[in-house]
Design a protein. Structure first.
Length: 342
């Protein structure tokens, strides 16, 4: 019995062969389908993990999704905010593993970095399509790191964007964003947070703000209809959006349990939250009438999204005939004798 292995070279070949837009479009479509059919997609508990790194500013987490009778997907993901400046590595590093639910054997293993970035962008596109004005043209990005690229890409696939305003506390990151997002063909301008708030129809906060250092938005000049995708909060005490904004907004979390513990929603009581995003997808009427008011999507990222993202990656790999097949697990010839070898 063999395990499918997708290396970084395989993933690059898949995406380059299929094209960035097809990859993102399929992720948006599959994730939307999964959200609308969430009751049939099994069990997704809140992620767990532990603090690590200097002064416990980093974290390693495991994110499981169980589809009974079929499979289990587990992503291990490390969040290390010092990686880009100190080690020239992504802030978020992870791997995906897929197990057979009946036997427990390892079916597939592969990169989790690109699928995480793309599925997070796709989730924002789905939430924004429900809650933002359909004619939204100005996107504001507070934070110009890796995730900002896939946020802009995903939103450009569902809105007629013609202008992106970007801000980062590291000026070099903001200045380099236009080059990294050049493939979108959208005008990019470096701006202050105040300028972003005053002009944007949609804002994505995608920062590595430290615990206790938020918020990153001022909340003073927001347009009445603005929709905010809050991405960066992923630890207790870490948040990007002012409490006053959350109190005034219709707030939809992706996973309520996670969001109340470590997302923007940790600033709120459960009674102040709207339905989860999958519920809005399943019943869009719940979102009707919200497009002219302040709305917030609290995106903590949960394991159903990773399960779907790995599905998309494996599906594209099979279509392209890409991937290694190897025996990673010791499955002895005699199941009762670990010293017997096939």
């Amino acid at each position: 019995m063999e395990t499918t292995v997708l290396t970084r070279q395989h993933v690059a070949k898949i995406v380059q062969g299929k094209g960035l837009d097809l990859f993102m479009d399929r992720m948006i479509d599959r994730l939307d389908e999964a959200f609308r059919a969430e009751s049939r997609w099994g069990i997704t508990p809140a992620r767990d993990g532990f603090l690590r790194g200097p002064q416990n500013t980093a974290v390693l987490e495991w994110m499981p999704h169980h589809q009974p009778g079929d499979s289990i997907t587990i992503k291990t993901v490390a969040y290390t905010p010092t990686n880009p400046s100190t080690h020239q590595l992504p802030t978020i590093i992870g791997t995906m593993a897929r197990y057979d639910d009946v036997t427990g054997r390892l079916l597939a293993v592969g990169d989790g970095i690109l699928p995480t970035a793309v599925r997070t962008g796709a989730a924002s596109a789905i939430a924004s399509r429900l809650l933002a004005r359909p004619d939204s043209r100005v996107l504001g990005l507070v934070g110009a790191g890796a995730q900002a690229v896939t946020q802009a890409h995903a939103l450009s696939r569902v809105f007629p964007l013609d202008r992106i305003l970007v801000h980062d506390i590291e000026p070099a990151h903001a200045e380099s964003f236009a080059e990294r997002a050049e493939f979108l063909g959208i005008d990019v301008e470096v701006a202050s947070v105040a300028e972003i708030e005053a002009a944007s129809d949609i804002i994505c906060t995608v920062t590595s703000v430290g615990v206790g250092d938020g918020p990153v938005l001022h909340g003073e000049r927001l347009r009445p209809h603005v929709h905010i995708n809050a991405i960066g909060a992923d630890l207790i005490g870490k948040y990007e959006v002012p409490l006053s904004v959350l109190k005034a907004a219709f707030v939809t979390p992706d996973h309520q349990g996670q969001a109340l513990r470590e997302g923007e929603c940790q600033q709120l009581d459960q009674s102040e939250l709207g339905p989860e995003l999958p519920a809005l997808c399943a019943d869009p009427a719940l979102a009707e009438g919200r497009r002219e008011q302040l709305t917030v999507f609290d995106s903590t990222g949960f394991a159903l999204e990773d399960h779907v993202a790995f599905d998309v990656l494996l599906e594209l790999a099979e279509e392209a005939g890409i991937g290694d097949r190897m025996q990673l697990e010791h499955l002895p010839e005699d199941a009762l004798n670990p010293y017997s070898f096939q």
